[in-house]
Design a protein around this ligand. Structure first.
Ligand SMILES: Nc1ncnc2c1ncn2[C@@H]1O[C@H](COP(=O)(O)OP(=O)(O)OP(=O)(O)O)[C@@H](O)[C@H]1O
Ligand SMILES: [Mg+2]
Length: 351
């Protein structure tokens, strides 16, 4: 049994309400948020409040398996479907029939498999590998990811049609640092939990000054990191020292990845992308986030490479798309999106 959703923040209150509304509908739902933030807790709660409680709850991690294996895990296979398939095996869609299937880390699923998943969601049918037979499936599909799927769609890594099939309801869980009110109730809940679980004679409980430090900390690993720190405190004691270490290790990590001045930094695509953000100090800006920087850096590199190839092919788009190994349509889209301008006259050199 999973823990209840602990928290008193407005976001948690809203998510609880949303769960109550969605749980009986069976509408496909995507749960998004950083790692360790509680996406699986939300999925479990949806299941527990749904009429499917008592039927199977099956989870599969789409990032942990290579494409072929993930496909056979999802849809199952017949005996002899591939080398090593000595016995036929049921897939997760069959095992989850009547219940819930949680597709964890959906953002990491390959594009060909996304196409197959879309077919199942559209038709409600699937065939195991090596079988001609189509099986009907009545499965409530939930998906979780720490990716920004709309960005993945823009970058051509996630199918837009699949996104709309899955994302009928979206539940976004904000990181713990954006809902510090939840830290105290989580501490109280897990101290109680672990005190009875951990077989140790020395149980230390953080006092108020430590709790204040915990509330002020930014918890990059979210609730999972908080749980680990609490376990350490309960077993080793000296909560104050443990929390100081956690804070100092985290800021050391941040400092080591951030040079003193931007003058010393080589102007790589990533750094140029940071400096692209207008404002006095981009690091203080609301619009600053790794995802935005990544997108800007990728755009910058793509623009450079596509412009180079277009130049060398004298703007022969069909030839350029073949060299770049992207479709003609994608190339046209990128030329517009990245605002690549055709010069009045281009070079004569061709590759
Ligand atoms: N609101 C909450 N109340 C109680 N426990 C929570 C809450 N949020 C997270 N947890 C606990 O924190 C841990 C991490 O949560 P969970 O596995 O759901 O995170 P996740 O977002 O799925 O992480 P990942 O992206 O790494 O898969 C779990 O042990 C979970 O029980
Ligand atoms: Mg998870």
């Amino acid at each position: 049994m999973r823990p209840p959703i602990i928290g008193v923040s407005e976001s948690i209150i809203r998510i609880r309400e949303l769960i109550n509304h969605v749980a009986h509908t069976g509408l496909n739902t995507v749960i998004t948020g950083e790692s360790g933030v509680g996406k699986e807790v939300i999925a479990q709660s949806l299941y527990q409040k749904s009429p499917r409680l008592g039927k199977p709850f099956i989870k599969i991690n789409c990032a942990a398996l290579p494409e072929g294996l993930l496909e056979s895990e999802l849809f199952g296979f017949e005996r002899g479907a591939f080398t090593g398939a000595e016995q036929k095996r049921k897939g997760k869609f069959q095992l989850a029939h009547g219940g819930v299937l949680l597709l964890d880390e959906i953002g990491d699923m390959s594009l060909p498999l996304q196409a197959k998943l879309l077919h199942v969601l559209q038709s409600g049918e699937f065939s195991p590998l090596g079988s001609e037979k189509e099986f009907k499936t009545d499965t409530w599909v939930l998906a979780a990811t720490n990716h920004d799927l709309s960005l993945d769609i823009k970058e051509g890594k996630f199918r837009e049609d699949l996104f709309y099939r899955l994302n009928i309801i979206n539940i976004f869980l904000p990181p713990l640092r954006e809902r510090p009110e939840d830290i105290r109730p989580l501490i109280d809940y897990y101290i109680k939990e672990y005190s009875s679980q951990l077989n140790t004679s020395r149980l230390d409980i953080p006092d108020n000054s430590v709790i204040q430090k915990m509330i002020g900390y930014h918890w990059p690993g979210n609730v999972r990191e908080l749980q680990n720190v609490l376990k350490r405190m309960l077993v080793l004691g000296n909560c104050d020292q443990i929390m100081d270490e956690v804070i100092s290790n985290s800021s050391k990590y941040l400092q080591s990845s951030r040079p003193e001045t931007t003058k010393d930094i080589p102007k790589t695509a990533g750094v140029t992308a940071i400096l692209d953000i207008e404002g006095e100090n981009p690091l203080n800006m609301k619009s600053f986030s790794l995802k935005i920087i990544k997108k800007k850096a990728v755009d910058r590199v793509e623009k450079e490479v596509i412009s180079y190839v277009l130049d060398k092919t004298r703007w022969n788009r069909s030839k350029a798309s073949k060299i770049l190994k992207i479709s003609y349509k994608t190339l046209l889209y990128k030329i517009t999106d990245l605002e690549i301008k055709q010069p009045v006259q281009s070079d004569d050199i061709s590759i």
